[in-house]
Design a protein around this ligand. Structure first.
Ligand code: ATP
Ligand code: MG
Length: 394
């Protein structure tokens, strides 16, 4: 039963209970949306339990499983308040269908707890185009809405730096979560992730570069399934190597945000990537082209010409704002915090709103306590070194 439940994308197994007598205590602590009672050990005690749960916790839907097909027993459990009666051994499809019926009556077709998780992958047409900056800041924008729970997955396994953008030294990484996937419960998962004060959770890349080879497609699939059951939005920051994991992340996504700049090497790569994705049914059609650093001057190609070269509409434009971005990077704070009124911040907020179909005007989430920080390792965190700034500008 446990492995069946864990195999379902939409289910989070909150707790297990081995005795009917303790079941109500477990419910009190966890207040789940669904309670599952296997009634065959002691049908009398189990039916009484179902009756009590349905009276005390009317918001918890009760599912019952039994080897018996006795009509009387089925009738009694349903009268006691069970929503579904499933024959043992429970088939994954039957269970999924029962849970769907419950979700439908409980949440209707609207969002809420029944809302499906959205996955947005941020990819880039070459190194340094601004994909991590976008992934981090779009994540913070989405996390601003208190009905969202958002996690950023850093899939740039060797050189990912999302932790630096959020000025946090995480305790656990993607490797830890992948290796302990079958043992993780809800509390442990959330505890393994780092929560930023914006409300955004981060699952970082492995600490050791060598560990990046340990993560398989199967691991990634399982981690994403687990995150899906827990979060309303997953943002994935991919590497620029378009390896198997990056491709899997894109194929699992609802949208792939392809960040580019207006120069020839970048645009040529976008064309090449688009040609390659053309043959991939799971990615094709999900690509949204984001032009970053618009207005940076120099040898930029015009937007009109870029659009003509790409043969696809440019989905979003993000202005060049070198000064703000340098501060954001050096202070390890998101745009929302560093420069809430900047044009770039507004452009990313509108992009987050458009891609998610949500209005994101709510107040920021309550600040979380931060554990350790990268910038805490350095004596100062406010003044940026002018030399470094010039170097980055180049
Ligand atoms: N709109 C912008 N205006 C000015 N500077 C920007 C903008 N977006 C990003 N940058 C700067 O560009 C640099 C690269 O950004 P970022 O790390 O987000 O890119 P990336 O595509 O993730 O790079 P990598 O390939 O290393 O993963 C950073 O210094 C960042 O501050
Ligand atoms: Mg990056």
């Amino acid at each position: 039963m446990k492995s069946t439940l864990l195999g379902l994308e939409t289910v989070w197994l909150e707790a297990e209970c081995s005795k009917y007598a303790f079941f109500k205590d477990v419910l009190e602590q966890t207040t789940p949306e669904v309670a599952f009672v296997a009634i065959d050990d002691d049908t009398e005690q189990a039916v009484t339990l179902v009756e009590e749960i349905s009276r005390t916790y009317p918001d918890t839907a009760i599912l019952v499983a039994s080897n018996s097909t006795d009509g009387n027993l089925i009738l009694r459990t349903m009268r006691a308040g069970a929503k579904e009666f499933l024959p043992q051994p429970v088939q994954p499809n039957d269970l999924a269908a029962a849970l769907q019926r419950i979700a439908k009556t409980k949440f209707g077709s609207e969002g809420g707890a029944g809302q499906a998780c959205k996955i947005y992958t941020v990819a880039g047409s070459t190194g340094g185009v601004g994909s991590t900056s976008l992934a981090v800041n779009i994540g913070c924008e989405l996390a601003k809405n208190s009905s969202n729970s958002v996690v950023l997955l850093d899939l740039d396994l060797c050189l990912g730096d999302a932790d630096v953008y959020l000025d946090t030294i995480p305790e656990y990484t993607l490797t830890d979560v992948a290796q302990n996937i079958t043992r993780l419960d809800f509390t442990l998962l959330k505890r393994s992730l780092t929560k930023h004060s914006s409300g955004l959770y981060l699952l970082p890349r492995p600490v050791q570069i060598e560990d990046s080879n340990l993560i398989t497609r199967d691991d990634l699939q399982k981690v994403v399934n687990l995150l899906r059951a827990t979060f309303t939005h997953i943002i994935v920051d991919t590497s620029k190597s378009y390896n198997k994991l990056d491709m899997l992340a894109m194929s699992m996504s609802d949208a792939v945000l392809m960040v580019t700049q207006l120069d020839l090497p970048c645009l040529r790569n976008v064309v090449r990537l688009m040609m390659s994705f053309e043959h991939n049914e799971e990615i094709k059609g999900k690509l949204k082209i984001i032009v970053n650093r618009v207005g940076q001057g120099g040898a930029s190609i015009s937007l009109k010409k870029a659009q003509a070269t790409l043969g696809q509409d440019i989905y979003w434009q993000l202005p060049n704002d070198f000064k703000t971005m340098i501060e954001v990077r050096n202070n390890g704070v998101p745009l929302l915090e560093q420069a809430p009124k900047a044009q770039l911040t507004r452009a990313i907020a509108q992009l987050a709103s458009d891609v998610s179909g949500q209005s994101l005007d709510e107040e920021p989430a309550v600040a979380a306590t931060k554990s350790r920080s990268w910038l805490g390792l350095w004596p100062t965190r406010s003044e940026s070194d002018p030399e470094e700034a010039t170097e980055s500008a180049n």
